[in-house]
Design a protein around this ligand. Sequence first.
Ligand SMILES: NC(=O)C1=CN([C@@H]2O[C@H](COP(=O)(O)OP(=O)(O)OC[C@H]3O[C@@H](n4cnc5c(N)ncnc54)[C@H](O)[C@@H]3O)[C@@H](O)[C@H]2O)C=CC1
Ligand SMILES: N[C@@H](CC=O)C(=O)O
Length: 381
Amino acid sequence: MDSCASLIAGPLHRLPPLPAATSRRRTLAVGLVGPGRVGSVLLEQLRAAQDRLARENGLDLKLCGVAASRRMWLDCDDPELNARHDSAQTWRPADLDQFANHVRGDGQRHAMLIDCSANDAVASQYPYWLASGLHLVTPNKLASSGPLSRWQAIRAASHHGGRFRYEATVCAGLPVVQTLRDLLDTGDQLLSVEGMFSGTLAWLCCHYDGQRPFSALVREAHALGYTEPDPRDDLSGTDVARKLVILAREAGWPLSLHDVAVESLVPPALAELSLEACMSRLDELDAPMTEWLAAAQSRHGVLRHVASLDRDGRAQVRLQVLPLSHPFAHTRLTDNIVQFRTQRYRDNPLLVQGPGAGPEVTAAGVFADLLRIAESLEVRA
Ligand SMILES: NC(=O)C1=CN([C@@H]2O[C@H](COP(=O)(O)OP(=O)(O)OC[C@H]3O[C@@H](n4cnc5c(N)ncnc54)[C@H](O)[C@@H]3O)[C@@H](O)[C@H]2O)C=CC1
Ligand SMILES: N[C@@H](CC=O)C(=O)O
């Protein structure tokens, strides 16, 4: 008894890692597009893990380039190149074709691009990148929820060329796309999905109690890295509609954005402005949101941003007043909830819940996708 107690009393010591099998050593060249909030944290996570992955997983990550919207840095982690420039990282005007070619190298090595932008022109490159054998991971929702024909071209290219993963496009680091994939691949059938898919709106609904204006909270959510680069994508429901489209397509349903009924929180006067002008007039959100809050308080309920999708193609996104007894009423901070109803989980749905926005959790979701692809790569000399 005593010896058991002493065994469990202190902090657990980590088991020694198994040495990486030398026969499993792989090198993966990586180029990052979009070093913004998620992209920069991802670079930090990759750099912090580089030695451990080489030692314990036999994976040599070669971070060989970063492309922003106007500039790109090539070989920024290549000591030889950096040495020629007094350790300064060199940059040149951004050119995505050049960047992709640089990361691909001679085509003999495994190479991956990570798109952490929110840019449609970058998403348009996916079919070509994949067809050329580059692997691709991304939290950018524009490819998977954009024009169906482009999505089909991306899927086709990924069947014959590089591998493509996009887990972080839905609920950031939560295992949502993979969970659905596993259900479908094991023969289950999706009936419907319901939940809260916006980390930003979850956070806003939890914090908005009338003490501070809604617009001030939106600014804070933006500064915390929860919102899209343009917060109107969150407030209009478009970002959540994209996530529904991604899940629907994963299930083989040909949904597009225009099929989703969305109730926007963005007043028409703000919708047409430049991002800068909109941010300076955010207080125009306050009056309508005061009314929403009063409605929730008068019904002793809470505000929640809820979305649903079913196999008949009905898809909707809207703010609602929910009673305190509702399962979605007691979420915290940026919590997302995804409730899958399937043939197997018909009476009691399968739930995925947890933080659904923020650079750290999103970057970790992208990183996990990178590792899944890396695990599946064959060893190359
Ligand atoms: N912030 C979050 O919690 C989550 C974000 N995402 C997605 O992650 C992506 C990145 O989000 P954030 O880092 O928050 O945005 P951000 O605005 O901070 O970063 C985007 C970066 O992409 C760069 N960029 C824009 N156009 C480019 C181009 N043509 N070529 C190269 N770079 C370009 C921008 O300069 C910026 O550095 C977005 O697609 C977003 O939807 C997904 C899940 C959660
Ligand atoms: N802006 C998004 C980020 C994740 O997709 C959200 O708030 O959910």
